[in-house]
Design a protein around this ligand. Structure first.
Ligand code: FPP
Length: 247
């Protein structure tokens, strides 16, 4: 039986987040430059997005460029920016055809001006779609996001717009870039690294984690289905006992 056939369509995660890792090592394995790995990673982005839309998932979040990635060699940063925006532009008609809405999280202020403008055009072009939301984390890190939320709250407090007793978990969550997006049910990381690397730290409090040794360019639809099947075999208790959870 394929992994796709093993999926229980009544128990789908509504939000899957992915740390797409291993493009560089994949390129090295093939005796090529790092950017060759990123270029091949685009096919996996396409396939996994299509799989998520076909399954009827609500949200797919992809870690496309982290705050820390700004420290990579400038030619790699430039190539990644070009690849990102070109891919998104090329895919926009397909996103529209499949009713996929494009969203971004992250500090887009740091992007080159033209990249920002072109990205915004694609976001606007898909904004009316009601199927899968494809959330691209670009220039994103969880610590940046939490720090920004704290400075925003401090500003509101200094204007007298918010009091300490107003601040609860929901209030904090509304100040994050993921406001209106449910927390991920499943987080996948490829390439064998067992860490979170500053991704969605607030939001993954109760997320199921799935790690695979496969490098991102080799991650296929079937690998994605395999992760979902693994998720469906987990027992999620959210801090409660087994018995409470079954009630
Ligand atoms: C991690 O591999 C991957 C990235 C930093 C970039 C991911 C970008 C893409 C797949 C390009 C297009 C994306 C979209 C959403 C259109 P790495 O370079 O850290 O690999 P390594 O750990 O093996 O060096």
């Amino acid at each position: 039986m394929t992994y796709k056939q093993q999926i229980n369509t009544d128990k789908l995660p509504s939000h899957v987040a992915i740390i797409m890792d291993g493009n560089g090592r994949w390129a090295q394995q093939h005796g090529k430059e790092r950017i060759y790995g990123h270029q091949h990673g685009v096919q996996a982005v396409h396939d996994v997005t299509e799989a998520a839309a076909e399954l009827g998932l609500g949200y797919l979040t992809l870690y496309a460029f982290s705050t820390e990635n700004w420290n990579r060699p400038q030619p790699e940063i430039d190539a990644l920016m070009v690849l990102l925006v070109q891919t998104i532009e090329n895919e926009t008609p397909t996103l529209n055809k499949n009713n996929v809405r494009l969203l971004t999280i992250g500090n887009l202020e740091r992007l080159p001006e033209q990249t920002k403008i072109r990205l915004q055009r694609c976001i606007d072009a898909t904004s009316k779609n009601t199927g899968l939301s494809l959330v691209l984390a670009i220039s994103y890190s969880a610590r940046w996001e939490i720090t920004k939320a704290m400075t925003d709250i401090a500003k509101m407090a200094s204007y007298g717009g918010v009091k300490p007793e107003d601040i609860d978990e929901e209030f904090v969550a509304r100040q994050l870039s993921t406001r209106n997006i449910p927390d991920p049910d499943l987080l996948i990381r490829t390439s064998g690294e067992l860490r979170i690397s500053n991704f969605l730290l607030w939001q993954i409090a109760y997320t199921e984690l799935y790690f695979t040794d496969i490098y991102w360019p080799d991650f296929t639809k079937e690998e994605f289905y395999k992760a979902i099947v693994s998720y469906q075999h987990r027992q999620r208790r959210f801090g409660k006992t087994n018995e409470q959870q079954q009630q």
